[in-house]
Design a protein. Structure first.
Length: 207
């Protein structure tokens, strides 16, 4: 094989990765960023199946962040594949339709690192990041939460399992822990019970 062909083959291997059987090109800039954050190129390749938007550093070298308009089924499939490979993919900034939302990738198997990295807290209600983590660990132990996203004053989680008989009690806990959900969100406890039952999703924020 000629030196030209060898060099060409090496370049192909260097700047592309195979993910789930699909080869996705990775730019030199992407490769350098991934290497600097110790993120495997196969994980970056997975992100590139979702978006072509520019990638930037999340926080203090915590991971990657990018603008994204998710296609739910594809996003969830990639999120689960990345999870099995030791990465967490999550929404990192909620812009409520004013701007594109931000999503992030971090190398971790501990979903509570999402809350730590985003420093989620509610200082107006004397809820520190540590106290929020204690509460979420308790809810996770009881109802198996799956954290889907977090910002500095909000988080979203899927409720994997909760006995119907405990829905009202859980709703009252949430209502007391996050008063803004009543004033600006779903309303009273009865409405919250119905919301939890319908969506199996916990979404809380504080002003």
């Amino acid at each position: 094989m000629s030196k030209v062909l060898v060099s060409f083959a090496a370049a192909i291997l260097l700047f592309s990765c195979t993910y789930m059987g699909k080869e996705v090109p990775i730019s030199e800039q992407d490769r350098i960023l991934a290497d600097s954050l110790h993120i495997e190129r196969s994980a970056l390749s997975a992100i590139r199946t979702l978006t072509t938007a520019p990638l930037h550093v999340l926080g203090e070298d915590a991971g990657l962040e990018f603008e994204y308009h998710p296609k739910p089924e594809k996003y969830e499939r990639i999120r689960k594949k990345l999870l099995s490979a030791g990465y967490l993919l999550f929404k990192s900034e909620e812009n409520y339709g004013n701007l594109p939302d931000q999503y992030a990738l971090i190398k971790s198997k501990d979903q509570f690192d999402i809350i730590k990295i985003k420093c989620t807290a509610a200082p107006n209600y004397d809820i520190s990041n540590d106290s929020l983590l204690i509460r979420l660990h308790d809810w996770h132990r009881r109802y198996s939460l799956e954290i889907l996203g977090a910002g500095n004053d909000w988080f979203e989680a899927r409720i994997v399992h909760i006995p119907p008989a405990e829905l009202e009690g859980f709703a009252r806990e949430i209502h007391a822990f996050c008063p803004d959900i009543a004033e600006e969100g779903v309303g009273n406890v009865e409405d919250l019970v119905q919301e939890l039952k319908d969506t199996k999703t916990l979404y809380l924020w504080w002003d």
